[in-house]
Design a binder for this molecule. Structure first.
Ligand code: MD6
Ligand code: FE
Length: 194
C-alpha cells in the first residue's frame, strides 16, 4: 500500500533524529559478498542493523565500524512505523530494525528480495525523503516485469502478506536539488528482523 505524504507530519522530528543517528553511526558504502561496493550508503538504528560484507548478509546488534551497538530507534520513527503499518492493515507493528539508505545522484539498488528477516508475517514499512526515485516493484520471480512507481518526499510504502517477498529495486537516482535534503534521497525501511 502506497501512502502518499504520510510521513510529512513527522518530517521535522525525523530529520532531527536522523542527524543524531548519523553522528553516532555515519553512512558507509558496504561490500556485497561478491566483493562489489554498493552505490547506496547505509546505516541503521534499532536493536539490530542490516549489514553486508565478504562473509554475507545478516542482522547484527553491533555496528562493525564502531564496535558499538547501533543507535536506539527514536520514538518518532517507531510511532510513524506503527501508524503506517496500522493504516496498511498490520496492527501492532513493532520494528526492531531500521535500515537507512542514502542515494546520491547515480546510486541505485538492483532487484532483490528482503529475506534476511526471521518472520515474514510482519510487514516492512518504507519511508522516502528528499529527491524522488523510481521504485521498481516486481513479482515473486526475478523475471517478473516490474511496475515503476515514483516515490517522493514523505511517501510511505507498507508491504506485507503475499508481496512481502516480491523482487524490487530502485532505478539510478536522477540528479536534482531537494528543498530540504539537497542532492540526495534517504530511504528508511522498518523491519521485524528477529
Ligand atoms: C529504497 N527499498 O526504497 C529501497 N525493501 O531505497 C527497499 O529495498 C525496500 O522500500 C523492502 C521493503 C520496502 C523497501
Ligand atoms: Fe528491499
Amino acid at each position: 500500500m502506497l501512502l502518499r505524504g504520510f510521513a510529512r507530519p513527522y518530517e521535522a522530528d525525523m530529520l532531527a533524529a536522523l542527524r543524531g543517528i548519523v553522528a553516532q553511526a555515519p553512512f558507509r558504502r558496504m561490500f556485497t559478498p561478491g566483493g562489489h561496493q554498493m552505490s547506496v550508503a547505509m546505516t541503521n538504528c534499532g536493536n539490530v542493523g542490516w549489514v553486508t560484507d565478504r562473509s554475507g548478509y545478516r542482522y547484527d546488534g553491533i555496528d562493525p565500524e564502531s564496535g558499538a551497538p547501533w543507535p536506539a530507534m527514536p520514538a518518532p520513527f517507531r510511532e510513524l512505523a506503527l501508524r503506517a503499518a496500522e493504516e496498511g492493515g498490520f496492527a501492532g507493528f513493532a520494528p526492531d530494525a531500521c535500515l537507512i539508505n542514502r542515494y546520491q545522484p547515480g546510486a541505485k539498488m538492483s532487484l532483490h528480495q528482503d529475506k534476511d528477516e526471521q518472520d515474514f508475517a510482519a510487514p516492512i514499512v518504507s519511508v522516502s525523503l528528499g529527491l524522488s526515485a523510481i521504485f521498481m516493484f516486481g513479482g515473486i520471480k526475478r523475471s517478473d516485469k516490474p511496475k515503476r512507481y515514483r516515490l517522493e518526499h514523505g511517501d510511505v510504502v507498507v508491504w506485507g502478506g503475499p508481496s512481502r517477498l516480491y523482487f524490487h529495486g530502485v532505478a539510478p537516482l536522477a540528479d536534482g536539488e531537494h528543498a530540504v535534503l539537497g542532492r540526495q534521497r534517504i530511504n528508511l525501511t522498518f523491519r521485524r528482523a528477529r
